[in-house]
Design a protein around this ligand. Structure first.
Ligand code: NAI
Length: 481
């Protein structure tokens, strides 16, 4: 079946960029991205491309070319579903915050709503594509809902998980390592797979397009994220040992990364991983393993999350102990709030948890991030504290310990310590001499991303503490012999 009309439910970090690239590369296909969130759709339609709801290098150029040609953003969900031959579901699948599976399982209510709405509206056969990350065997549930509540039309459900990384989304979509398409092993299932293969074949070579059965495809996405996060937790675990033994984590990472069996990517020690996916997907994997009565497997993967929480806590605790065991009333400047550079996404950012810990100890947190707004930062902290059940009074009082700036120099002025939480490139090129002059002494820098030139900073006079690094002011010389 030749696809002429695509609809995507969900205009977020995945739906927006993926559909923009499909529209750009397939000018003969009309692509409509719909969302219930009117503000988000208005932002996708904004004349000023600086106001797009998602910041990604290269995205504005793609939108400029395709929008209004064959790419449309709309809140008219019904019409878009009705007109489409192929419907992508790219809605959010957060961790459940209530009831059965709370804090572990993926909340599939948005996906279920999509399936019910599609079934209700569809008047001709359609291919439904799972783009959201879903627990293995969700396609079965979707198929049941579609078939039982539909108008007798035929639905083929495909799994096509998204592997893009925020911050490099457009490049990842243009030059994907692979796209994965899972479908039923029936004749109509294979035809549906081929329709989606034909779309990606507009710009990817056949060897970049993998096809599997539905369950392998669904599970591969959770597995990929679990493996990636595991590498970060592994190097972070060793960063703690490096700090205790005078080994340097970057040197260790480099030494092991040159082994072709290990590889050099994803071996950068840091304050801990964030983002909307790693934690949620591993928790989901752990939940699934427990559900299928595999407690040893569940415990193995859960440790990746436990270690990540430990790393964030360790970073915050280190700031407190170094600052003479209290940060009460002290100004701690944060460089960065986004969970990684080149994105405005702050979901599960390590900065949130480090801030929480320092605020609990009485610190004032002064934040600068090139792409994250004050309202977003306040909303992140409010969400966390609401989830923890804090009273409105306590939340309001804690929010008064947070200050957000448009300029880095203002955020850093008269600080007792600086903490680097995001690896934005611009932080490296600041005038560190000037920053030093305007700080309380001793001037501490906690580089949670190991991006600053620590030799240069030490020369200026800073006391710098990286992750997994030897530090003059911190190291306790103890012997194990
Ligand atoms: P997001 O929260 O940015 O976007 C989801 C959008 O879906 C929201 O704008 C929401 O309003 C909309 N929505 C919810 N229900 C809807 C409905 N019934 N009809 C229309 N729109 C609806 O989420 P994001 O980050 O785009 O993630 C989407 C999925 O993709 C998740 O399952 C996630 O795990 C997965 N994923 C995310 C990646 C990322 O880097 N953010 C990478 C790979 C996969």
């Amino acid at each position: 079946m030749k696809i002429k009309n695509i609809c995507c439910l969900g205009a977020g970090y995945v739906g927006g960029p993926t559909m923009s690239v499909i529209a750009l590369k397939c000018p003969e296909i009309k692509v409509t991205v719909v969302d219930l969130n009117q503000v988000r759709i208005a932002a996708w339609n904004d004349e000023d491309l600086d106001n797009l709801p998602v910041y990604e290098p290269g995205l504005a150029e793609v939108i400029r070319e395709a929008r209004g040609r064959n790419l449309f953003f709309s809140t008219d969900v019904e019409s878009a579903i009705d007109a489409a031959d192929m419907i992508f579901i790219a809605v959010n699948t957060p961790t459940k915050t209530y009831g059965e599976g709370k804090g572990m399982a993926a909340d599939l209510k948005f996906v279920e709503l999509c399936a019910r709405q599609i079934a209700q509206i569809a008047k001709n056969d359609k291919i439904i594509v799972e783009k959201s990350t879903l627990p293995v065997r969700t396609a079965e549930t979707l198929q049941t809902i579609l078939d039982r509540t539909g108008n007798g039309v035929k639905f083929e459900v495909l799994s096509n998980p998204e592997f893009l990384a925020e911050g490099t989304a457009i490049n990842d979509l243009f030059n994907a390592d692979r796209v994965l398409i899972g479908g039923n092993q029936t004749e109509s299932g294979q035809r549906a797979i081929q329709s989606l293969v034909d779309i990606y074949a507009h710009w990817l070579s056949p060897k970049q397009i993998l096809t599997t059965n539905v369950w392998s495809s669904e599970l591969s996405k959770l597995t990929a994220n679990a493996f990636l996060a595991q590498r970060i937790s592994s190097i972070n675990a060793l960063s703690a040992l490096c700090e205790a033994t005078e080994a340097d984590v970057d040197e260790v990472a480099n030494a092991i990364g040159t082994d072709s069996r290990i590889g050099s990517k994803f071996l950068k020690a840091s304050v801990g991983f964030g983002g909307s996916c790693f934690q949620k997907d591993i928790l989901n994997l752990v939940y699934l393993c427990r559900y299928f009565n595999l407690p040893e497997v569940a415990n193995y993967w859960e440790q990746v999350i436990i270690l990540n929480d430990y790393q964030k806590y360790r970073f915050a605790k280190n700031i407190i102990t170094t600052l003479f065991n209290t940060v009460s009333g002290k100004k701690i400047a944060f460089l960065g709030w986004a969970f990684k550079k080149d994105t405005n996404d702050t979901r599960e950012s390590a900065a949130i948890y480090v801030a929480e810990h320092l605020i609990e100890d009485g610190a004032d947190i002064h934040i600068y991030d090139p792409k994250v707004s004050e309202s977003k930062i306040m909303a992140d902290m409010r969400y966390l504290w609401e989830l923890k059940g804090l009273t409105e009074q306590r939340i309001t009082s804690k929010l008064k310990q947070i200050f957000v700036y448009q300029s880095p120099m203002e955020a850093l002025d008269q600080a007792h310590a600086i903490a680097v939480l995001t690896e934005w490139d611009e932080f490296k090129s600041y005038d560190w001499e000037e920053i030093y002059q305007n700080m309380y002494q001793p001037a501490f820098v906690f580089d949670g991303r190991n991006i600053l030139d620590d030799e240069k900073l030490k020369e200026i006079g800073f006391e710098i503490k990286g992750i997994g690094k030897v530090n003059s002011f911190q190291l306790e010389k103890t012997s194990i012999f």
